[in-house]
Design a protein around this ligand. Structure first.
Ligand code: CDT
Length: 346
């Protein structure tokens, strides 16, 4: 049974504080049309795609801050963004879009949705669970801030895998399955979504792979030089950026392998406002941990690969056959303890 799909990361380059959402959406539409020309079926856009990564900035005015959020329950009806969903439907391309969400009760989430073109609706929503950075800006005026803990609440939707319809031919459905037939690896593709910092947490990937995830997708905004938040030693901006890119790639390749799934990562990158440097490095990675396609620029760029979801079976049925090899009776600390407790001193 063929489980081949052409997929893409739509990497997005610099966006300034004052760039209007309409101008960003015009760029996203250009990438979507390029994807259509390459017969892509799923396009993944970055984290908080529609604006500059505003958690860099202390924005005291609520009215000003709210301009960076989408309001209400249904992003597909947001006036500036609706044309993107309408075009995705017309072109028959599923899209993953990251955005800042303000719910009707005023809560802020760092969110993404999976929009299905064949169903004409959002199939799944994910709200970022691991929020990095600080609530207060650093005193050092030269520091690059990451005020996600100030502007967002940790996601409350968990890591809920879902199936994407209309992607593979002859997928076994509830109605068509024959009695006693094994449906493993035969249904519609099983997907999971993460957002940026989540990709560094193996627990997040594992919860999805325990649901059989075949393809995990995520967008990111990763600073090239965030000396106040990470780094083991003083580095030049160039060294810091190389290290940030290395770690980004390391976690994507390692977690794709250890969870026997494909993954797509999509960067917001470039020099925002001519000074905030974000790494690129959008990539599509195989379940064996190999890079199948990667961005060559730090600008708007479509990164495309043909993947065959049947390739996840090898890892899921041999090295990482969880049912045969996992030893959950020994993993208790994972869900009982948050921080580190060291053994008693000698
Ligand atoms: N957006 C986001 O989550 N960025 C973080 C980097 C900053 S926190 C040190 C990331 O994990 O890439």
């Amino acid at each position: 049974m063929s489980r081949k799909i052409t997929v893409a990361a739509a990497q997005v380059g610099a966006i300034d504080l004052t760039t209007p959402k309409k101008a960003v959406v015009a760029r996203l539409l250009k990438l979507l049309h390029e994807a259509a020309g390459k017969k892509v079926k799923i396009v993944v856009f970055p984290e908080c795609t529609l604006t500059t990564f505003f958690p860099r900035h202390l924005i005291p005015s609520q009215e000003e801050l709210d301009k960076y959020f989408e309001h209400g329950e249904d992003i597909t009806q947001s006036p500036d963004v609706k044309p993107l969903f309408d075009e995705a439907k017309a072109l028959g391309i599923d899209i993953v879009l990251g955005y800042a969400e303000r719910t009707p009760d005023g809560t802020g989430y760092n969110t993404c949705v999976y929009y299905s073109a064949s169903e004409g609706k959002v199939l799944s929503k994910y709200r970022k669970i691991h929020l990095p950075g600080t609530s207060e800006p650093f005193e050092d005026p030269k520091a690059v801030n990451q005020l996600e803990k100030r502007y967002f609440t940790p996601g409350n939707l968990g890591f809920e895998a879902f199936r994407a319809s209309g992607m593979v031919q002859d997928a076994v459905k509830k109605e068509t399955v024959k009695e006693g037939e094994s449906t493993i690896g035969k249904g519609d593709p099983i997907m999971g979504m993460l957002i940026c910092n989540d990709r560094r947490w193996p627990e997040a990937w594992r919860v999805y792979s325990l649901q059989g995830a075949e393809l995990i997708v995520f967008g990111f905004n990763t600073g090239g030089n965030m000396a106040h938040l990470w780094g083991s030693k003083p580095m030049s901006p160039e060294e810091a950026k190389t290290e940030a890119l290395f770690h980004s790639r390391l976690v994507q390749q390692a977690n794709s392998y250890m969870n026997a799934c494909f993954s797509i990562s999509s960067a917001r990158c470039g020099l925002d406002d001519g000074k905030f440097d974000l790494i690129g490095g959008s990539a599509i990675v195989s379940p064996e941990g190999h890079v199948l396609a990667e961005a060559k620029t730090e600008d708007d760029e479509l990164v495309v690969a043909d993947i065959d979801l049947a390739a996840v079976r090898q890892g899921k049925e041999k090295t990482f056959d969880y049912g045969r090899h996992r030893r959950i009776e020994t993993y208790g600390l994972i869900d009982k303890q948050t921080g580190v407790v060291e053994p008693d001193l000698l």
